[in-house]
Design a protein around this ligand. Structure first.
Ligand code: PHE
Length: 457
């Protein structure tokens, strides 16, 4: 079913688009996933590789996705069907749709935890007497309660569905505009607090002084996955958001701004976590619970900790919401554009399916012994989904997107799309080179290396 530009909706303005795309990018990926990945992968060396990947692969692939989206005004599957009909390329879009649903299923579980922690902070659960050990037990007890985890997953999916059903500019843009700047301010305050704690220096050293001997093939693979995950790349979220862009919008500028905002937030999140973590004597490789244990231990000792704690978890929930919205928008726009479903039906059925798929992740944190330690891979279901879809599927997606631009659609066709509406693209030559050579070759080597060594996680 063809929808006209008018019915499809557009972003209110370029600034509105940048905020919405930054809203998609900024989320649990920056504040929950980035610090724990950094902690598990040896600290500053991981951060360094991550930053290189953001600049070298992230920004070029973001330009690629936005360009495909704006050119076709379609969802990821429809976009490839439109540019190269009769080929298999639309399967790349399908991979994106599937990856979106899979990421959303575990992402909404963690988003549910943040919502739960908002309520906990609000009722003053992290009071002065709490030690990091007690806070650790509080967290494992909380996520190990199946009823709570499933109820919070349902609540978060429900809120996401309510926003997505209302369509892009009304639902998505409005949320991002007000709350993202607030989150930034709060992160800034908390990182200042964190770096001034006693013993913070060791944390800063871990976070900022690279020890190159800590770089392993998995480290590189995880840094690549993290860069793509954090920027919402490799699954067509930015194709979908780009499809609501107008021809007058400046794509490279939007991509660079989004990448800068996103990276700034991640770097700040690390500055907030690591000094406080070392100050409290915790283990940086503590895994997915990191923010949920480290931060309450700061709030517990901080004047007005109740206020800062509840504001933090509320804003983090909102940041997660602007990301879950973009994750759900991918399958929904596919079903609406390609299958002719109504928005309501698409949101209802996809949301329900994602919720059901999220249940194993929700009960994989202690409540179900089987899902908490799966046979063969010896890890919990949530972490497995996170690695498979949050790292590898996105890497495969980004590989093929750059191959598509470089060798199928063609760099010059893409560049002329970027330039329509009178926009300039001064670095188009370098972009073409990076998309044709650097991106696919670098991603290929990362994936091939871990395939050969067999150390995936
Ligand atoms: N980038 C989001 C975050 O950092 C997660 C996300 C990944 C959103 C992929 C959309 C697509 O939280």
């Amino acid at each position: 079913m063809e929808t006209t530009q008018q019915e499809r909706g557009n972003w209110g303005s370029t600034a509105g688009f940048i905020l919405a795309a930054a809203g998609s990018a900024i989320g649990l990926g920056n504040i929950w996933r980035f610090p724990y990945m950094t902690g598990q992968n040896g600290g500053a060396a991981f951060v360094l590789i991550y930053l290189v990947f953001v600049a070298l692969i992230g920004i070029p692939v973001m330009i690629a996705e936005l360009t495909i989206g704006r050119h076709t005004q379609k969802n990821p599957v429809g976009a490839f069907l439109k540019i190269v009909p009769g080929t298999s390329w639309h399967w790349l879009g399908m991979l994106g749709v599937i990856t979106g649903v899979a990421i959303l299923s575990f992402y909404a579980v963690v988003a549910g935890w943040t919502l739960g922690y908002f309520f906990k902070a609000l009722v003053g659960d992290f009071n002065r007497a709490m030690t990091p050990e007690v806070l650790g037990k509080l967290f494992t007890g909380f996520i190990g309660n199946p009823a709570i985890a499933i109820a919070l997953l349902a609540a978060f999916m429900g809120i996401t569905m309510l926003v997505v059903v209302r369509g892009v500019s009304e639902g998505i843009e409005r949320w991002s505009k007000i709350l993202m700047p607030l989150l930034f301010l709060l992160l800034l305050m908390l990182s200042i607090r964190s770096v001034t704690l006693p013993g913070a220096g060791k944390g800063l050293e871990f976070y900022l002084k690279p020890d190159l001997s800590k770089i392993h093939p998995e480290t590189v693979a995880q840094a690549l996955g993290q860069a793509l995950f954090s920027l919402s790349l490799g699954m067509g979220a930015m194709i979908t958001y780009g499809s609501y862009l107008s021809k007058r919008d400046d794509i490279p500028k939007a991509a660079v701004s989004v990448a800068i905002f996103d990276t700034l937030i991640a770097v700040l999140a690390g500055l907030m976590i690591f000094p406080a973590l070392f100050s409290a004597g915790l283990d940086p490789a503590g895994g997915p619970g990191l923010v949920f244990v480290v931060l309450p231990s700061i709030f517990a000792k901080m004047p007005g900790g109740w206020f800062f704690g509840s504001s933090f978890f509320l804003l983090l929930s909102v940041a997660a919401l602007t990301s879950t919205i973009s994750l759900l928008e991918v399958p929904v726009s596919y079903l609406v554009d390609e299958k002719g479903w109504t928005r309501k039906k698409a949101v209802g059925l996809t949301g329900l399916f994602t919720f059901v798929l999220g249940i194993p992740s929700a009960i994989s944190q202690g409540s179900s012994a089987w899902f908490s330690k799966l046979p063969v891979v010896a890890m919990d279901f949530l972490s497995l989904m996170n690695a498979l879809f949050g790292n590898y599927s996105l890497s495969v997606g980004a590989f093929f997107i750059s191959v598509f631009i470089g060798y199928k659609w063609g760099v010059s066709a893409a560049v002329s799309e970027v330039r329509t509406g009178g926009n300039s693209f001064p670095l188009s030559g370098s972009w073409g080179f990076v998309v044709r050579f650097i991106c696919p070759i670098a991603i290929f080597f990362v994936l091939a290396y871990i395939a050969v060594t067999g150390r995936y996680f």
